[in-house]
Design a protein around this ligand. Sequence first.
Ligand code: T4K
Length: 378
Amino acid sequence: MEMFKYPIYVTQPLTPNILEVTKEIEQVLESKWLTNFGNKHELLVEELKNYLEVGHLSLFNNGTSALTLGLKALELTGEVITTPFTFPATVQALDWNNLTPVFCDVEKNSLNINPDKIEEKITGKTSAILAVHVFGNPCNVEKIQQIADKYNLKVIYDGAHAFGAQYKGESLANFGDMTMFSFHATKLFNTIEGGALVYPDNRLAEKLRVLTNFGLSSPEKVEVSGFNGKMNEIQAVIGLGNLRVLEEERKNRERIRQTYVGEFTKIPGIRIITNRKKRESSYQYFVIEIDEDEFGISRDKLHYGLKSYNIFTRRYFYPLCSEFHWYRDLDSAKRKNLPIAWEKVNQVLTLPFYGGLEDEKIKIVCDAIKEIQFKNAL
Ligand code: T4K
């Protein structure tokens, strides 16, 4: 098999109907109202509330500012129990709030925070649990809530990958005190850059609006130290347009998921991490785990091998956040305390997955994987 002519990346952004959004962008520009909670912004809030089946939702200029301001709005203090297996933004939002992460190991199957390990991490300083629905697979929300209730802790979900996913028939967005969604270009639903917070407590709406707008509660009153976290009108137009093509994209991704599943279930040593379907899935990523003994080669050999075919997979989320140098002195960051996270971070590989991935390219990816395995096993 020869190297594929054009690179195949891990994802490609969903884009709206260009004619429709061009018209809407014209309207926005003509209206001379470009940002600061404009009409398109408000319309997107309503449409997303509807889509996610939530009561309250605030928009932001990206997921990181959403999470950072959300943690601030909840007035958390001291320590927050979280996962090391996530994108840096999760823990950086804690850093910006002067909160100390307490790293907790993950579950073998879901790769999400292991609720059975949370209680032993709780101290008098713990104020919250910040869990991540990694790759869109839901955390054990019931167990996490039980622990939070017992110790009076807040629960925040980083749902950057979990847009639109359901848990036991209910919108995953309805669990915990707050959930953040990222609308970055690489996310299934995107506003190019953007993010949202959803929450059951309606008092947070005004608080978040103030925090998102420099702490201004009125033109001349600065109530708190906030910052500029606002989503602009063009971002909102892209979001409205992408909502109109979202279901079609989900269908295309379901087809690709099925093809991958069909191929990989035949190969010993590959476990599919993101194997949920229909309303249960966020269709954000397609992730596999490589068991080196069974598969014959390591995840890294496969990752680099695919690169030589012009196929760019990602080793999300390597390195673990607990490895960041500024956490060096934290006991919870030590390798011996995070055995499963360390094992999995060296086994997991995110494969190309987006609606526009043609059958021919899916076949190239699958054939390349088999060929690399075969060649290396010789
Ligand atoms: N929490 C979690 C758990 C997260 O995963 C993230 C973000 C956040 C919080 C923070 O949310 P935001 O503040 O970002 O809203 C990407 C994204 O930039 C990032 O949003 C995402 N998670 C993370 C998992 O993935 P990179 O460094 O992998 O991006 P990049 O530029 O390498 O893009 C990946 C591939 O996508 C490229 O190989 C090609 C393709 N691509 C990318 C862009 C930007 C395109 O085809 N077109 C594009 O415009 O971080």
